[in-house]
Design a protein around this ligand. Sequence first.
Ligand code: PMP
Length: 434
Amino acid sequence: MTGNTLDPYSDRYAHRTHGLAVSEIRALFAVANRPEVVSLAGGMPYTAALPLDAVGSMLGELVARNGATVLQYCAGQGDVRLRELICEVMAEEAITGASSDDVVITVGSQQALDLISRIFLDPGDVVLAEGPSYVGALGTFAAAEAEVVHVPLDSDGLVPAALEAALEALRAAGRQAKFLYTVPNFHNPAGVTLAVERRAQIVELCERYDVLIIEDNPYGLLGFDGQTRPALKSLAPERVVYLGSFSKTFASGVRVGWAYAPSAIRDKLVLLSESQILCPPMLSQLAVAEYLSTQPWREQVKTFRELYRERRDALLDGLDALMPPGCTWTKPDGGFYVWLTLPEGLDAKVMQPRGIAERVAYVPGIGFYADGSGQREMRLSYCFPTPDRIREGVRRLAGVVEQELELRATFLSTEPAAAKVRWPRGSAPGPELA
Ligand code: PMP
């Protein structure tokens, strides 16, 4: 063996594994989950708000009545009754007349992202994606050794003029993006939503430059005004692969998501999924189908919306009251996340140990970019902690930012020569050591 002492197999891994890295979020998980830490880091849905007794009885009855089917393999594309019910769910966001034949059930939408990456991406291929972008999608693009070109967002979501500029630049370089990956509603991590008037513009640009759209929409029903916006899929069915999930509207633990794709792509999705997992888990699929057909699921989504709105308010009120000048943040109308930008000169990753010492966790922004940017940015999630814990978390975070600002001011005023030292990225000592 010619591997190294740490990993004797290091000489034989496939090239694509070189893109595999621990996500910023996973690395934080252990520490953020300690009870004394207020975690604004993880994006865990608040499953305790489900009617657990009712769900428990439903599952028991399902197995008692149909155990032989529920505990069996199924078709690789997924259970047909669930696929029909999914068409009804998608109608909530203006996808009408969907055909269950074109729906493929996946193990969460994460598996759908992985399938899409494997189907479309060869090493070096270009993916257009918002900057910042969902870290789990970036992981699948990295594993496929693709190159991500980020397109900026603003408070109305992906900026059409910036998308056009990126498409033009690629064309001028003789390159073509394999697809645009976008999260139009209540973006993870940016918290913003694509304005309705921009949706047609984005679709028109992708038509003009012949780019496929991957529309990832796990949060679309969680708008705090109770309204939904038309899916991109409803505007251009043949141009868009739509990804949905029950993780945020029912339960992330059932691991049921889906892709709704043009028929040719659907065939590839089914074949590749069969080679990965044979078929999606029947127990989970029938649990979701039963939940959708016997439980008041729309009422439950409303309960989730109200719960998350109260938590969003606690976070935004706290930020307004306590954050030092120079910090800015997005104001989500739904979903789980606020995206915060620190004052000039601060680095969210460098500040993180101080945050942990002060018992507050967040996710540094750099994990949400493929190009190493995002140093001044961070994601704050309000989905899991109670409003009181959120207020306490913001109080701690504001204190951490203030300490960093003070330290920086002292450092810059007393050590002008040292202040000019440029540390290689990732190796800068925390200000507490400098
Ligand atoms: N896409 C986005 C934008 C997400 O935020 C998430 C979950 N955090 C997923 C996909 C994956 O969700 P799941 O696999 O649970 O359906």
